[in-house]
Design a protein around this ligand. Structure first.
Ligand code: PLP
Length: 423
């Protein structure tokens, strides 16, 4: 469910016409709906009401401070993958006791920062990381709460780039080998084992890989407990998919019921790290048609947003719905919707039947709230676009459009280059 809908042929976000926002802030821009975000969080959280649980929103999906605050206000913790994400979450007011830190490449200064803040736990991805965190915690006179992120070797049946729980992926510690890694962890003086963690991939549209994973995790937990290793938290990661096109992912309620049924009697607090399912369909990218052109073999709709603003189509070949902001009777044409970037991979929709747009029209790229702005870049020296949050009949700029000045911020021409003609 989302709050992007047409009223008399005009696209609205909650009670605000999208075209009015475009007139005020220019294009392109990301647009999010407070009601949708709040609704998604509540539905997801309530789906686990039968079990002690903590939702730790995956910051990387959309890391805007206002979005983080919105979830934190709902009681959310966060799943972070860098010191920068920890900094953002703290600025947004997160309780450090609700922070879990994932990722294969945590640097010493990032580990120190997280230990200073007293986060709930590190999800450790290798034996060397185990030793590194123990050493840093020792130097600081602290105990680090840890879980081992195990790799269960389950096929999530999603795009290979966002599949993380297969044994050929770089993530986690092979579940077979994790028992000995846990023994190592138990003997390290500055680590406190608190949990088991796992995350098998993103945009999963079936329940079965999750359930298969839980079976393996339960077995591991009972073996750990037999050895006297107490496990208080089971972190099952994120990954629940959304509908971009014709996918039929399980509803969060179905996901919650399936998981709780499988974990009945486990005596663990469940940690969930949803990203995409909370924000994906709560955001759109609004862009304007600059030109249309009849290529030699193809029809192109050239818009002012490109792969630097929304990279999912070029990176993963992902589908995003394309809708007019103002409806009118029009034909459908086989076309590609492309951006201004100097790359042939710069498309938002490729070889699809699209509404026939003309120059100057506004276009909504749907389901762009997750891995949209957060993956955007300045490639081609394009200032990154603003992010706008609608709340009922008001809209708020939650991130300003970058300027040419911000583009070159921090760049320096060294003195030896400053005198002309002295190459
Ligand atoms: C990316 C990621 C998530 C969130 O994944 P979604 O598919 O957006 O729900 C959760 N946990 C970890 C460890 C991740 O890397």
């Amino acid at each position: 469910m989302h709050h992007f809908h047409y009223v008399n042929g005009e696209l609205y976000c909650e009670q605000v016409p999208v075209a009015a926002i475009a007139a005020a802030v220019g294009t392109p821009f990301y647009l999010y709906s407070t009601a949708t975000l709040t609704h998604h969080f509540r539905v997801f959280d309530q789906a686990f009401a039968d079990m002690p649980h903590l939702v730790c929103y995956a910051v990387k999906a959309n890391s805007n401070l206002a979005i983080l605050r919105l979830f934190i206000n709902q009681g959310s913790g966060v799943d972070i993958v860098s010191g920068g994400e920890l900094y953002r979450a703290l600025q947004a007011g997160v309780d450090p006791g609700k922070v879990v830190y994932s990722g294969v490449g945590k640097r010493p200064e990032e580990i120190r920062f997280a230990l200073e803040q007293g986060i709930l736990m590190f999800n450790i991805e290798s034996s060397q990381e185990l030793v590194a965190i123990d050493q840093i915690a020792g130097e600081m006179g602290k105990q680090a709460g840890i879980a081992l992120r195990v790799n269960p070797d389950v096929d999530p049946q999603t795009h290979p780039y966002i599949s993380t729980g297969l044994k050929q992926n770089k993530f986690g510690i092979n579940i077979e080998k994790s028992l000995s890694a846990y023994r190592t962890a138990r003997d390290l003086p500055n680590l406190e084992i608190v949990g088991v963690a796992c995350h098998i991939g993103s945009q999963l549209t079936q329940l079965s890989p999750f359930i298969e994973t839980l079976g393996r995790l339960k077995e591991l937990i009972s073996r750990l407990r037999q050895e006297g290793i107490a496990i208080r938290y089971l972190d099952i990661g994120g990954g629940l998919g959304i509908q971009y096109h014709q996918e039929k992912p399980p509803h969060p309620l179905e996901y919650g019921q399936g998981i709780q049924k499988e974990l009945a009697g486990l005596a663990c607090t469940l940690i969930l790290e949803p990203g995409r399912v909370l924000v994906g369909n709560a955001g759109i990218l609004v862009t304007r048609v600059l030109y249309t052109k009849e290529g030699e073999e193809k029809f192109f709709i050239i818009v002012d947003a490109g792969m630097n603003d929304l990279s999912r189509p070029s990176l993963y070949g992902s589908f995003h719905g394309v809708q007019p902001v103002v409806e009118k009777p029009r034909r459908e044409v086989k076309a590609s919707l492309v951006g201004p970037i100097c790359e042939s991979g710069d498309f938002l929709a490729k070889d699809r039947l699209l509404p026939e747009f003309s120059a100057g029209e506004l276009v909504a790229i749907m389901s762009a709230g997750a891995y949209g702005f957060s993956m955007s870049s300045n490639y081609n020296s394009r200032p990154r676009v603003p992010e706008i949050l609608v709340h009922k009949d008001e809209f708020y700029v939650i991130r300003e459009r970058e300027t040419y000045e911000t583009l070159i911020q921090g760049e320096h021409i060294p003195p030896f280059l400053q005198q002309e003609g002295k190459g």
